[in-house]
Design a protein around this ligand. Structure first.
Ligand code: ACO
Length: 466
């Protein structure tokens, strides 16, 4: 049985090491051990970095050491990038040196049927009370300590979303995607075969991590369902957990077995377990990060009433349909509020105040601003979806700026999401909104989906807190 205090302490050494060694730091650019070392250096890790390679004197300007034993100070974290057959020897050496955590990049263990070798490195890490991440991983990233011990992209954006992934290649791909989408991450952890450190351990850590606000997990299978549920139930009370669970189909489940050696289990059981502990399940990575962005930037709603503000009838109707699918409650606008929307937005007489509030295509920045202020100041409105269709009479960038300014000046205490549909100018507006922490999407359905999931999570919390 793991001691909880010890466990968290050692994971802290993994995320906040004073010194890191890379065992198998290759001299050759393009090799995995070389690229990990390069990322560590270039991302600006502030502690000591020790390349370990018996053949080298210096790598990337750093003095190289032939063994872990010979490093001048004790590394807290060792990243192992050696062929599988040499890994146990390296781990034994780390144990003797007093290393606290090892991240084993190497493949060639349980995922290819080599359970014996995996058992051996697990036993060694237990013997020396080290935490073992992997094997079969691309590494670990933690923004607060500027630790990029991965062979993924070098320029990950710092933020408040922790991303845990069981798949290496998908994880690396998504690292790149988050950069191009400007999604900031607090951490990325590649779990691989989960021989020791698993989802539950990381939930324990991130639930107490002040740098993380929301946790996204790509999951293929769980080793210990009970531990996961216990950790998830506790974590969701302060931080949302979003899970992309793969292997829903029978063939998908079989593919998982040969990917990370995990047993996918019954999908219905996972579904029920996630619901029970308030974990949000998404089908796609886009949904997961759309949602994570919302949780990282916006407060939770106090109640269920949502209002849609739009300049386009068709877009409003599509959003209304999506509300039904996503469990969003559209507020029945009371007469007094309808009158305020009409007056404050300055909409023409042919505009509509039946939710969606359709201000029509002849509305400008001031109209948006007036309608937003009206929604924000009314306590009966709990969340707001702002939609915009590009027109020739308005500039999407200026509309985006008006939304940002209005929300800033009126100290929004309710969640707001936006969707701008149109050409390149809308992309610029979306980018500006996202940079300002106001989630913005290119399709209204995406905005509705995230607000629906957030309301469901808020309802779950209210029920648990009763
Ligand atoms: N201690 C330290 N360094 C050593 C030792 C030792 N005992 N013995 C050898 N080295 C050096 C080597 O000399 C070499 O350095 P050099 O290139 O300067 O000569 C370096 O360590 C690496 O050793 P190699 O034998 O060249 O190993 P190689 O780099 O080819 O492979 C690796 C190691 C990358 C870990 C490989 O075995 C492997 O598992 N690859 C797959 C990794 C992977 O995909 N992980 C999964 C998740 S990510 C995903 O799915 C995309």
């Amino acid at each position: 049985m793991k001691s909880m205090v010890k466990m968290i302490k050692n994971l802290s050494s993994m995320f906040n090491p004073k010194a890191v060694c890379v065992i198998g730091a290759s001299r050759k650019p393009g090799k995995i051990g070389h690229e990990i070392l390069k990322n560590l250096i270039n991302y600006g890790f502030g502690g000591k970095i020790y390349p370990i390679n018996p053949e080298a004197r210096e790598i990337l300007g750093l003095k190289a050491y032939p063994t872990v034993k010979s490093t001048p100070t004790k590394p807290d974290l060792a990243v192992v990038a050696l062929p599988a057959v040499y890994v146990s020897e390296a781990i034994e050496e780390c144990g003797r040196k007093g290393v606290k955590a090892v991240a084993v990049i190497s493949s060639g263990f349980k995922e290819v049927g080599n359970a014996r070798a995996e058992g051996q490195i697990v036993n060694l890490s237990k013997k020396y009370r080290m935490r073992l991440l992997g094997p079969n991983i691309f590494g670990v990233f933690y923004a607060p300590s500027k630790l990029n011990a991965t062979f993924g992209p070098p320029n990950v954006l710092p933020g408040r979303i922790a991303f845990i992934t069981q798949s290496g290649a998908l994880g690396i791909a998504l690292m790149g995607w988050t950069i191009s989408e400007e999604v900031g991450l607090s951490a990325i952890v590649s779990l691989g075969n989960k021989s020791d450190v698993d989802d539950a351990d990381l939930l324990e850590f991130f639930s107490q991590d002040p740098n993380t606000e929301v946790i996204v997990i790509y999951m293929e299978g769980i080793n210990d369902g009970k531990e996961f549920m216990k950790a998830a139930k506790k974590t969701v009370m302060t931080k949302p957990i979003i899970v992309i669970k793969a292997g829903r189909s029978e063939r998908g489940a079989r593919a998982i077995l040969s990917h990370t050696g995990a047993l996918a289990g019954s999908d219905a059981v996972y579904d029920a377990a996630f619901k029970q502990c308030g974990v949000i399940r998404t089908s796609t990575t886009t949904e997961a990060f759309d949602l994570a962005r919302l949780f990282a930037g916006q407060p939770l709603p106090d109640g269920d009433n949502t209002v849609i503000i739009t300049n386009g009838g068709g877009m409003g109707i599509m959003a209304v349909d999506a509300c039904k699918d996503s469990g969003v409650t559209l507020m029945d606008i009371p007469k007094d509020l309808a009158a305020k929307f009409r007056k404050n937005s300055g909409m023409p007489t042919f505009g509509s105040t039946v939710n969606p509030i359709d201000m029509t295509g002849q509305i400008y920045e001031a109209g948006y601003s007036g309608a937003i202020k009206t929604a924000l100041s009314d306590p009966r409105v709990n969340s707001l979806i702002i939609l915009y269709c590009q027109t020739a009479v308005t500039d999407p960038k200026m509309i985006a700026r008006a939304i940002i300014k209005t929300l800033k000046e009126n100290g929004a205490k309710k969640p707001v999401v936006t969707s701008l549909v149109g050409g390149e100018e809308c992309r610029v507006g979306i980018r500006e909104l996202n940079r300002a922490g106001i989630p913005s999407y290119s399709e209204p359905q995406r905005a509705v989906f995230v607000i629906g999931a957030m309301h469901e999570y808020a309802r779950y919390l209210r029920k648990r807190k009763k």
